[in-house]
Design a protein around this ligand. Structure first.
Ligand SMILES: O=c1[nH]c(=O)c2[nH]c(=O)[nH]c2[nH]1
Length: 315
């Protein structure tokens, strides 16, 4: 018979009857990547919402790990079914949908103290037919994938919105110069190069009252605007400018993190063929690539490490 003790943070379980010194640490579980598509068809003009949802519960699941007692284990199959059932009422926004799931699981089961809910969402656009958007035929539209994470930790709720794979390129108004030169440096300085990246950004809301869809569209527009409008002295400068614009315009966002590859485009030497190459023919290298990551935040903002746990690829 195992005597268990749950430590204060409810994630570390000490098996006190066992002197092996081996304990259960942090744990979470759930159903990953539930692909749910919701069609709203109240009228002939249908709407579509397309998500990939992951649900993970945190709380007292010690006895399942230590004793094979599943009395606290809300089945991952049940979590999957809950996602589909909740979609029956519509999604609204990925963030609002995940918040609903968080409320449901934490209020329905005493021992569920929190969890992590994540979504990717894929945009569809009406197919243009006879000068108008079709009622029920769509083409995948967004160049990017929208992302959302909700972390429930006791009574606290953390909401992180984001996007990834927003691929952008500009053919001029970018350079890179002034960097240190040592015996290994071969890179030539330039004031006119191609700048290309796949923007991945995640931003954390510090207010509970947010029109998530509207803010998403505006943040996306601000990121593109920053990429476009400013001469880029480095991808780092462009990244900070993107973040600064977002924080200036959106008081409900406390911090924004970026991870952006510098997708190098090398000018091809055409001299062997008797041709010049005034920045017109490039070799688009897929690897290696520079990888530029940074957080843009408000001075004095209280950090929220629990919100960011489990988000890979951002510093
Ligand atoms: O925008 C850039 N940032 C760098 O840090 C860097 N390093 C490099 O070789 N090229 C570039 N470009």
């Amino acid at each position: 018979m195992t005597d268990t003790l749950i430590a204060n943070d409810s994630t570390t379980t000490v098996n006190s009857a066992d002197d092996s010194g081996i304990i259960l640490g942090a744990n979470q579980y759930g159903k990953a990547e539930v692909r749910v598509v919701k069609v709203t068809r109240d009228t002939a003009r249908h709407e579509i919402e397309d998500l990939n949802v992951t649900s993970q519960l945190r709380g007292d699941f010690a006895r399942a790990h230590l004793e094979g007692d599943n009395s606290h284990v809300v089945a991952t199959d049940t979590q999957k079914n809950t996602i589909f059932a909740f979609a029956r009422d519509g999604v609204g926004s990925p963030e609002a949908f995940l918040l609903r799931l968080a409320e449901h699981f934490t209020s329905s089961f005493d021992w569920v103290s929190g969890g992590r809910w994540e979504a990717e969402s894929f945009a569809w656009q009406r197919i243009e037919a006879h000068g108008a958007g079709h009622d029920h035929s769509f083409v995948r539209s967004g160049q990017e994938i929208r992302t959302a994470v909700v972390v429930a930790d006791g009574a606290d709720r953390h909401v992180i919105a984001g996007l990834k794979e927003l691929t952008v390129l500009k053919t001029t108004q970018s350079g890179f110069a002034g960097y240190p030169k040592d015996r290994y440096t071969t890179l030539q300085e330039t004031a006119d190069r191609i700048l290309a990246t796949d923007v991945a950004a995640r931003w954390r809301y510090t207010s509970p009252e947010v029109d998530y869809n509207a803010v998403y569209e505006n943040v996306r527009a601000l990121l593109l605007e920053a990429f476009t409008e400013q001469y880029s002295a480095a991808l780092q400068t462009t990244l900070f400018d993107m973040g600064r614009r977002v924080l200036e315009r959106h008081p409900e966002i406390g911090e924004i993190r970026f991870s952006m590859p510098n997708k190098h485009h090398f000018v091809v030497d055409l001299a062997p063929f008797g041709l010049d190459n005034p920045n017109e023919v490039f070799y688009a290298a897929d690897r290696p690539y520079g990888l530029i990551e940074a957080t843009v935040t408000r001075d004095g903002l209280a950090p929220a490490p629990v919100a960011w746990e489990g988000i890979a690829g951002f510093c």
